[in-house]
Design a protein around this ligand. Sequence first.
Ligand SMILES: [Zn+2]
Length: 198
Amino acid sequence: MYWCVHCYELNPAVDEPCVRCGRPVKRPAGFSYNDQLIWALGHPDGDRAALAAQTLGRRRVRAALPALRQAVQECRDPYLATAALRSAIEIAGVDELAPWLEDLTRCDSFMVRTVAQRTVERARVIVAAADPKTANARIRSPHRSRGSRRCRRFHRSPSPGRKSVERRCRRSSAIRGRSAGPACSPSRSGRSRARRHS
Ligand SMILES: [Zn+2]
C-alpha cells in the first residue's frame, strides 16, 4: 500500500492516480528527505508525524518552520503540537518567535501552553542574568561573600565618618596561597585594586 503524497490516502498502486484525490500517488522528482519529513507532519499516524517534527528540529530544517507552526496551530494531536513547537524553537530561537510564544502561553492545549510558558520564562531569566548591572554585581560579589579563609587583597573601609582603614577581604585565597605577594600588599597597585572592588 502507498500513501498518496497529496491527500495521505492509502492506495494499492504507486503508478496509478489516487483513489481519493485522483492525483499521482508517487512523490514528485526531487522530493528530498527534508520534504518527506515536512510531508509527514500531516500524516494520519500521529506517532509518525511527531517523530518527523522531532527530526526536523534536530536537523534544523528552516524550510519546515511554516509547517511546524501550522502543526502547532492546528493542534490535532497535542503530542505532535508540542514536538512541533519544541522543534520550531530549536530552529528559529526564542527571540524570533517571541510574539507567537506569548500567544501560545494562552493556548487551549495544556501541553502546548506549558512548553510556551516555560520557554518564555526561561528566556526572561536569561535576559535578566545578562543585564549589565546584574552581571557586574555577579562579577564583583565573590570578594564580598563569606569565606573561611581570607583574601590577601586589601580594601578600604567604606565608612565615610571614620578614618579610612586598610582591611583584608574575607574571600578565600585558595588559589593565591597564604603568602601576600607584592601585588597583594597595600602598595600602589594594591590600592588601585582596592578601589576597584570596594
Ligand atoms: Zn490523494
